[in-house]
Design a protein around this ligand. Structure first.
Ligand code: NDP
Ligand code: HSE
Length: 437
């Protein structure tokens, strides 16, 4: 059979990794795909930078020439960002080409428009590499778990922030130094605030939630909080209480809608996912039939991500000639079967909490705090008072609550911060047991 022709947009970390893996494993990949997957040309901005890696592969600085090339069957978009990536992908689709992309920002923001266009044109848009690097989580959710009603999923889905948290905890390294390391290793986004502030994780969570629950992409409704305000003190207190702090993306089916949130989270250290370190990612999924399943692997980097890109290329190659109606739908559910289940506002989310506050060591302080919590319908699971440092008048008080509604906690925090005996702000970190029931 004649080869299938690929045009690469981008030869950076992921594009370079993709070319390397396609070349190194060419024989095995052809045996699996049923025909050769041949890269015809690649687009970059800086030709000199890409020359050594490209070898005899023709390069261009005009990506639209690639998507308009009549000889190309599949366009692989690995340049990142919204524009010109969106325009290139839409033009490739309009030209009748299949698309493979690792661009979670693009899929989370414009996925609805892109999938509708692809559906109408009868082409595939594959995006396995957009979530959790090399872990085949899209395939697992879309196909392997298709019998299940998904109750919730929770994932460490940003390698950079997990790498930073791990290095800070294990080596006491400074935030800025570890971020620089993550950038040098090719893990970080072009704008690393996307990694640190939870935005990249929210892009990925948006994609996972759409596939898990059969809803449209709704990135703008996701709650996003990053790791930049975490202190080493909180990481240490959490550990003393038997928890690890991870940046978690959580999508949960609740009574009145879907929770969609990314934030630092205390997880019991006995859970496997609490022990996922460095740039590794993991996604825990609870299905009603299968129970909990956990997917673990490298969440970023050249070849792990290339592994997912090439898997998509093989999938598209195999299904290239199939009747479009017999392909797996982009979002797992048939396009006319997507539900309009609302995303819950953060105020309505139910979870447990770690609260740390600094109080003057005077009689009645604890009574005031516990009264406020009780009045807000919040029950306390554990409370620890730290000895004051020498010469200090203030003590750190750490409280763990049972599950409650976020708006109650917000109200209680405001009242606690208004007490004369409490200094500064209350530190609040959400806590999830991640139990199967
Ligand atoms: P890089 O910055 O390493 O590479 C981007 C590539 O795209 C470079 O070759 C760059 O060329 C080229 N490029 C950028 N803009 C244009 C343009 N307008 N025209 C032509 N070429 C262009 O990014 P990554 O490889 O890290 O990321 C690519 C995508 O993969 C992003 O969407 C990212 O979010 C995603 N991703 C990244 C992962 C990772 O671990 N890095 C993991 C999973 C997904 P030049 O170098 O000449 O400027
Ligand atoms: N910047 C991303 C991360 C790359 O650190 O997880 C993988 O999507």
């Amino acid at each position: 059979m004649k080869p299938i022709n690929v045009g690469l947009l981008g030869l950076g970390t992921v594009g370079g990794g993709t070319l390397t893996v396609l070349r190194r494993n060419a024989e095995e990949i052809t045996r699996r795909a049923g025909r050769e997957i041949r890269v015809l040309r690649a687009a970059v901005r800086n030709l000199d930078k890409a020359k050594a890696l490209a070898g005899d592969l023709p390069l261009t600085t005009r990506p639209f020439d690639v998507v308009d090339d009549p000889d190309i069957d599949i366009v692989v978009e690995l340049i990142g960002g919204l524009e010109p990536a969106r325009e290139l992908v839409m033009r490739a689709i309009a030209n009748g080409k299949h698309v493979v992309t690792a661009n979670k920002h693009l899929v989370a923001k414009h996925g609805n428009e892109i999938f509708a266009a692809a559906q109408a044109r009868g082409v595939m848009v594959a995006f396995e590499a957009a979530v959790a690097g090399g872990i085949p989580i899209i395939k697992a959710l879309r196909e392997g778990l298709t019998a299940n009603r998904i109750e919730w999923l929770a994932g460490i889905i940003n390698g950079t922030s997990n790498f930073i948290l791990t290095e800070m905890r294990d080596k006491g390294a400074a935030f800025a130094d570890v971020l620089k390391q993550a950038q040098d290793l090719g893990y970080a986004e072009a704008d690393p605030t996307f990694d640190i502030e939870g935005i990249d994780a929210a892009h990925k969570l948006t994609i996972l939630s759409a596939i898990a629950f059969g809803i449209p992409m709704q990135f703008d409704r996701a709650y996003t909080e990053g790791i930049s305000k975490l202190t080493r003190e909180d990481v240490q207190y959490a550990e003393e209480l038997g928890y690890r702090i991870k940046l978690l993306g959580i999508a949960r089916r609740a009574e009145n809608g879907i929770e969609l949130r990314v934030h630092p989270t205390l997880i019991p250290e006995r859970r496997l996912i609490a022990n996922v370190d460095g740039a590794m990612n993991a996604v825990l999924v609870l299905g009603d039939a299968v129970g909990p399943t956990l997917y673990y692997g490298a969440g970023a980097g050249a070849e792990p991500t290339a592994s997912a890109v090439v898997a998509d290329l093989v999938d598209v190659t195999r299904l290239h000639t199939a009747d479009p109606h017999h392909r797996v739908p982009h979002l797992a559910f048939q396009p006319d079967q997507l539900a309009d289940t609302p995303i819950l506002p953060m105020d309505e989310v139910r979870t447990a909490y770690y609260l740390r506050l600094s109080a003057f060591d005077r009689p009645g302080v604890l009574a005031d705090i516990t009264r406020i919590l009780a009045d807000s319908n919040i029950s306390i699971d554990a409370m620890v008072q730290k000895e004051p440092a020498e010469g200090e008048e203030q003590v750190n008080i750490i409280l763990l609550t049972h599950v409650t509604v976020e708006k109650n906690v917000n109200a209680a925090i405001a009242k606690i911060e208004a007490l004369d005996t409490v200094a500064g702000k209350v530190m609040r970190i959400r806590l999830e047991e991640l139990a199967a029931k």
